[in-house]
Design a protein around this ligand. Structure first.
Ligand code: OSB
Ligand code: MG
Length: 369
């Protein structure tokens, strides 16, 4: 497909409630929407890098730079066969996986629109609804956390993830477990511990958690294997897994028993599917992580989570959990059985509202062939 025009939209979207993790607190989510025009069709992608380098080193600023200077020039006014061809053309750009993933998603959307197929069909997804949960940020106190969790349970979420950090770990998790003895519960530390401080998490082993997500450094795989040996609860890696090679090595080292897959973190859906395949062949469950995406990225996550190896609920919540107003005309809602429907329209299966995009835009750049 000939790529005629590429537009970058830097958005700032107000969240319905602040989101706090071990690396910071945000009230607005920033991202870059990527619009690619090809032969009369438009494809949309979302780059999930946030304003601050707290979760990963990439930011909206670094992604803007890499897209503008390297990725867009590599494909603009060229005939690009699809996502695999795109990855080959940008293989000389090291790292910057979120920038690459955003552009790759727009090409997947275009590919689906050209072929008259949904993204789910293109990826080989086998379900039309996927199991989901909600990721709950740090709250003011354990009591406030229990109340917030109770509200999400009442809305129908069947799996809860809470964020933890040193000083806000055992007490928070015990309070939620005591209030809700039977729920599916897991925790996410976002790399807030070291091999020296993580043994403080030992009491979590008695709370029947589904998993403990990313306790140690974002660039570590080896020390996680030492930690996993000390816990019965499965460790799940998020930040540490940037490729299918990392996934294979983590499984060989027994660093984790579960992997959280985010297309943005690993450079796009092509690599995300490769990680899924590695884990599935090894009998290791995976689930789809989230980055507080707009409807564009959320549609991509739903399609990814429809693959057969995604056997644990994803961090893919209803639109209203994130945004009072979204950039897509479609709003995703939670079914009573804690599932969300996978879009079945062509490509991502969503319609972007130009109006909403304009309202949330803080910067825009357009590249013409
Ligand atoms: O670590 O999974 C994470 C949000 C932003 C950055 C990192 C993470 C998260 C979440 C939210 O946990 C998941 C979501 O609902 O999108
Ligand atoms: Mg995480």
């Amino acid at each position: 497909m000939h790529l005629d025009r590429i537009t970058l939209h830097h958005l700032r979207m107000p969240l319905v409630a602040p989101f706090e993790t071990s690396f910071g607190r945000i009230t607005d989510r920033e991202c870059i929407l990527i619009e690619v025009r090809s032969e009369g069709l438009i494809g949309w992608g979302e780059c999930v890098a946030d304003r601050d380098p707290g979760y990963a080193y990439e930011t909206t600023g670094t992604a803007w730079h890499i897209l503008t200077e390297f990725l867009v020039p590599a494909i603009l006014d060229q005939d690009v066969a699809g996502p695999a061809d795109f990855q080959a053309r940008v293989s000389q750009v090291r790292g910057h996986l979120m920038a690459k993933a955003g552009l790759e998603l727009a090409l997947w959307d275009l590919l689906g629109k050209r072929a008259g197929k949904s993204l789910r069909e293109l990826l080989g997804g086998t379900r039309d609804r996927v199991d989901v949960g909600v990721s709950v940020g740090l709250q003011a106190s354990p009591a406030a956390l229990v109340e917030t969790v109770g509200r999400y349970l009442a809305q129908g979420y069947g799996r809860i993830k809470i964020k933890i950090k040193p000083g806000r770990d055992i007490g928070d998790a015990e309070a939620v477990r005591r209030a809700f003895p039977d729920i599916r519960l897991q925790v996410d530390a976002n790399s807030a511990y070291t091999l020296e401080t993580a043994p403080a998490l030992r009491p979590l082993d008695d709370l029947a958690l589904l998993l403990i997500e990313q306790p140690l450094d974002e660039d570590d795989i080896w020390d996680h294997s030492k930690l996993q040996a000390q816990f019965r609860t499965p460790i799940c890696l998020d930040e540490s897994i940037l490729s299918a090679r990392h996934a294979r090595q983590a499984l060989e080292m027994k660093s984790c028993q579960v992997i959280n897959i985010k297309a943005g973190r690993v450079g796009g859906l092509t690599e995300a599917v490769a990680i899924h395949d590695v884990c599935r062949a090894a009998g290791v469950p995976v689930w789809c992580g989230g980055m507080l995406e707009t409807g564009v990225g959320r549609a991509g996550n739903l399609a990814l989570a429809s693959l057969p190896g995604f056997t644990l609920p994803g961090d893919i919540s209803a639109t209203e959990r994130y945004y009072a107003e979204d950039v897509t005309e479609e709003r995703f809602s939670l079914n009573p059985d804690s599932t969300i429907r996978v879009p079945d329209g062509v490509g991502l299966g969503i319609t972007v509202s130009e109006d909403a995009v304009t309202r949330f835009t803080v910067a825009m750049a357009r590249f013409l062939s």
